[in-house]
Design a binder for this molecule. Structure first.
Ligand code: ADP
Ligand code: ADP
Length: 245
């Protein structure tokens, strides 16, 4: 687990217009922060800069107090959960969940440091064998009976759980959710929302969760950050933000 600090973060794409403008936010270790705002306000851009999929134009990103602007995505030990699941169709549920661990192993463990301060680095000896970790995650997510199935044969909710299983086995320092439930129907969305809330409480892992769904914002987060035209308008508890005077 880790804290995430954004100091005056700016992102300008080629057109020079700031997609993210001077955003500063301290996300505490174990905190669940929801990022809301209209389409195009810079939510995805901000997440992508945190995970390292997008360069930061100016400002500083810190993870546990260490500058991370220049760190490669694999050295940030953050797990991203996307709305389109990003599962491998030819792999089973087991193999999909195990994938990040096998990858880390094969690349000789990019986690060169001793990992004391950064927590369990991917694929490290930390949390038992690959098999133990995959099975434990599958149990938490009620996927144990589905381990040998392929994503095509799963429901939307199950696929979403596989995507979360992947994030869990990595023992990432933080989870970054990019509208993970937006492809699901309303009923399933409600169910998955409850599951994510429960899981986050159980794991206590630092999370940043992008959504445009007000119910998710109200029920999931410790704090809600409101972004508008690239700027942070307000950061407040769901209660302060949504429960009226
Ligand atoms: P949101 O996730 O809130 O919908 P985005 O972060 O996707 O917002 O986009 C923020 C702004 O940056 C928008 O004006 C969008 O058009 C622009 N933008 C996003 N990605 C790119 C890109 N790759 N190149 C140029 N402009 C981009
Ligand atoms: P480790 O890297 O932890 O040593 P292995 O790849 O050796 O993991 O697998 C250990 C055990 O995990 C195997 O004996 C098997 O029971 C289980 N296992 C591995 N791959 C799969 C798979 N694709 N489907 C189901 N079980 C698997």
């Amino acid at each position: 687990m880790a804290s995430i600090t954004l100091n005056n973060i700016v992102k300008k794409y080629d057109d020079g217009f700031p997609a993210v403008n001077n955003v500063s936010l301290d996300i505490a270790d174990g905190e669940f922060v929801i990022l809301v705002g209209p389409s195009g306000c810079g939510k995805s851009t901000l997440l992508r800069m945190i995970v390292g999929l997008e360069d930061i134009t100016s400002g500083e990103l810190q993870i546990d107090g260490t500058r991370m602007n220049e760190a490669a995505p694999k050295d940030r030990n953050l797990a991203m959960v996307f709305q389109n699941y990003a599962l491998y169709p030819h792999l089973t549920v087991y193999e999909n969940i195990a994938f990040p661990l096998r990858l880390a192993k094969r690349s000789g463990g990019s986690n060169g440091s001793n990992g004391d301060s950064t927590g369990g680095a991917n694929g490290g000896a930390g949390g038992g064998s690959v098999d133990d970790r995959v099975r434990k995650a599958a149990e938490m997510l009620e996927l144990t009976e589905h381990l040998e199935r392929k994503p095509a044969n799963l429901s939307g909710g199950q696929r979403q759980r596989v995507a979360m299983g992947r994030a869990i086995v990595r023992q990432a320092d933080a989870f970054l959710f990019d509208e993970p439930l937006s492809n699901l129907d309303a009923k399933l969305r409600g169910q998955m929302r409850a599951e994510i809330a429960q899981l986050q409480r159980r794991l206590g892992v630092t999370s940043v969760y992008v959504t445009h769904d007000q119910t998710e914002a109200m029920t999931l987060g410790d704090r809600v950050a409101v972004l508008k035209k690239g700027e942070l308008q307000q950061v407040a508890s769901p209660r302060e933000l949504y429960e009226q005077p």
